[in-house]
Write a protein that binds this ligand. Structure first.
Ligand code: SAH
Ligand code: DHB
Ligand code: MG
Length: 219
């Protein structure tokens, strides 16, 4: 199977099921126009995050890695009135583009975009506990992000990590890529944690071949 097929299949299901609307399309378009890297989740992955948040009944969401706010919009739309999403972004330009995209989507009353290094911002967060944490920033820091996610969640919370497959690079045990090493340590920490139960899925689609880890905080 080739990329062309993966994209066509995504297009097929996106057209029927996913419901990417104008605010989301414009968020992606404006991110691209602003020169941000094309690293946002695919529409069907955004919808998956949205559904997981709704299935969980999430009232509080933490996102690490905002980019232009594309995944932020999907997640924030899962929140009930009075809900809260905090998203952390190190790049000032990204935070600015995201703020405009979130405002245009009519979600700025639910979303708090914090500008800075996530590891500097996490100790100061007072909005927890969070019902869902989406970890999608610099992959070498994933082990630390997991530690913070555990501190900032409660039993029943869901922790999701993006980009854990990287075209299969994850199976190179001796990889010198710090992103792959970050994913290895992240996955090992999840595996050995007594209060987490988890799985990982490989994904193909319009964004290529990658995957995600999903963990439930059990107690
Ligand atoms: N969640 C977004 C994509 C995020 S891409 C979506 O799916 O729409 C990863 C983002 O993490 C980039 O915007 C990058 O600037 C940000 N990032 C990288 N290192 C970071 C750090 N140390 N702290 C906070 N954000 C960081
Ligand atoms: C990269 C980062 C992401 O969060 C993503 O979804 C895709 C790619 C990257 O750094 O290459
Ligand atoms: Mg990602």
């Amino acid at each position: 199977m080739v990329q062309e097929t993966w994209t066509a299949v995504d297009d097929y299901f996106d057209g029927l099921l996913v419901g990417e609307d104008e605010a989301l399309r414009r968020a992606a378009a404006d991110s691209e126009a602003a020169g941000l890297p094309p690293h946002q989740v695919a529409p069907n992955q955004g919808k998956l995050l949205h559904l997981l948040a709704r299935i969980r009944g999430a009232r509080t969401i933490l996102e690490i890695g905002t980019l232009g706010g594309y995944s932020t919009i999907w997640l924030a739309r899962a929140l009930p009135a009075g809900g809260r999403l905090v998203t952390l972004e190190v790049d000032a330009r990204c935070a600015e583009v995201a703020a405009a995209n979130v405002a245009r989507a009519g979600l700025d009353h639910l979303v708090d975009i914090r500008h800075g290094r996530a590891l500097d911002l996490l100790p100061g967060l007072t909005d927890g506990p969070f019902d869902l944490v989406f970890i999608d920033a610099d992959k070498p820091s994933n082990p630390q992000y997991l530690e913070w996610a555990l501190r900032l969640t409660r039993p029943g919370s869901v922790i999701i990590g993006d980009n854990v497959v990287r075209e299969g690079a994850v199976v190179d045990a001796d990889s010198s890529d710090p992103r792959v090493q970050g994913v290895h340590r992240f996955t090992e920490l999840i595996a050995e944690h007594p209060k987490l139960t988890a799985t990982a899925l490989q994904t193909v689609g319009s964004k290529g071949y990658d995957g995600l880890v999903m963990a439930l905080v059990t107690e």
